[in-house]
Design a protein around this ligand. Structure first.
Ligand code: NIG
Ligand code: FE
Length: 410
């Protein structure tokens, strides 16, 4: 049995017993911290914590590692509840097109965007995709992420979508981090179905979902509900079909336009609605009155130069707000959740406390990992971060290019 005693911790963050599983409204700006603290782990399970002056000391020194965290903070590892980590190739040529004046939607309309990624993915084997994605996940972990969601959606055919989901299944077994898989067959209409949208939707429902259900290849189902992608009615049809296989919705909505996808997804039992760069009054009402998590993706807003989600409006309305990276080759080529933390504070004016809550407790809720992740309490094996020496917690968001993570305990 391996024991770790972390002592002299400047601030032990998001710690306590009976902390809520979801935070909303004024709760979002409260973050429990024990100053000058210790934390004891046994095989990564929290066995004791408290202020240093209550430290019981170590009696049995066998297999004990003592870590001095003077001037350092300890917090639960961040949770990335929205990524597209499996992909075939980067898309910096579209990035240059955007520098030269095209928009993301214009690039997509001429066959770039998601269809570009789908074409490239067709040419790669499951093994090639797995090797590349595994190396990305190792970097994601080292950057401070303690659990992760990964979507399919660059296959856009039965063969391609199943290939992606099998890669994610292998990552679950080999990556040494909790991963949830989301089936995003409805990410775009492939070109051969351009004149026959329902034909592709039928293929999702009758060809893909039965196999995914039988082989348990996904935990959630996603639809890109957006103009030029899938309508609200099409999303509802696909979510209903997914529900027959026990797949709960986590959907892309309101990235460029408000189509009524937020209340519609909530009515279908969505665990989260993600993006929300655009928002309407009835979206705020619907979110305030449900446990559905509103997941904002400031890395995408930054990279595409589109509006940022209205975090403080959502918080004031009483929604459960989470943050995620949206890591993908087209709209957010970064998995760095510390950068997401900084963007949330700088651009969305979230307080550092609210942003940390949004990346821990509420992000865990967005992946239904609240029993195991996102907080530090007795008996839990939640992955934990140790920072470098920093003057305060706000410094994590403030010094926005500095490397803050010294070590992650998973
Ligand atoms: O979340 N908006 C839809 N899907 C991704 C982008 C996918 C891509 O461009 O490859 C997103 O931003
Ligand atoms: Fe996304």
């Amino acid at each position: 049995m391996r024991k770790q005693f972390i002592k002299n911790i400047k601030g032990l963050v998001q710690v306590g017993e009976n902390l809520p599983d979801q935070l909303r409204g004024a709760q979002m700006n409260q973050l429990p911290v024990i100053e000058n603290a210790y934390l004891a782990l046994e095989d990564n399970e929290v066995i004791a914590y408290g202020p240093m002056d209550e430290w019981p000391g170590i009696t049995d020194w066998r297999d004990v590692e003592v870590i001095d965290a003077t001037n350092c903070f300890v917090l639960p590892a961040f949770i990335d509840s929205h990524t597209h980590t499996v992909f075939a190739a980067s898309r910096e040529e579209e990035f240059v097109d955007r520098i030269n004046g095209l928009t993301y939607e214009e690039i997509a309309a001429k066959g770039g965007g998601i269809l570009n990624s789908a074409q490239k993915l067709q040419l790669q084997s499951e093994d090639e995709l797995f090797t590349a994605a595994l190396s990305r996940v190792q970097k994601i972990k080292a950057a401070g992420t303690g659990a992760l969601e990964i979507k399919s959606g660059y296959g856009l055919s039965t063969e391609g979508e199943l290939k992606m989901l099998r890669v994610i299944q292998r990552l679950k077994q080999h990556a040494g981090i909790s991963i949830k898989a989301t089936f995003l067959g409805a990410h775009a209409i492939p070109s051969q179905f351009k004149e026959n949208r329902q034909g592709y939707i039928d293929s999702i429902i009758h060809d893909m979902l039965p196999i995914i259900g039988k082989e348990k290849l996904a935990d959630y189902i996603d639809v890109f509900c957006e103009r030029n992608y899938f309508s609200t009615a099409e999303m509802e049809q696909i979510l209903d079909a997914g529900a027959k296989y026990g797949l709960k919705p986590k959907v892309h909505v309101n990235q460029f336009s408000v189509l009524g996808g937020v209340p519609a997804a909530i009515a279908k039992g969505a665990i989260s609605v993600d993006h929300l760069e655009e928002i309407a009054a009835n979206d705020l009402d619907a979110l305030a009155n449900s446990n559905c998590v509103a997941t904002l993706l400031p890395g995408c807003s930054h990279f595409l130069s589109i509006p940022y989600g209205a975090a403080n409006e959502l918080i004031a309305a009483g929604a459960v707000v989470a943050l995620a990276s949206d890591f993908n080759p087209g709209s957010s080529p970064s998995y760095d959740l510390l950068n997401v933390l900084s963007l949330a504070c700088i651009k969305m004016k979230m307080t550092p406390e609210a942003a940390i809550n949004a990346l821990t407790i509420n992000a865990a809720a967005a992946l239904e990992l609240q029993e195991t992740h996102g907080k530090i309490s007795l008996g839990r094996k939640s992955p934990i971060l140790l920072t470098h020496e920093i003057p305060s917690l706000a410094y994590l968001a403030y010094a926005y290019t500095e490397k803050h993570i010294q070590r992650i305990f998973i």
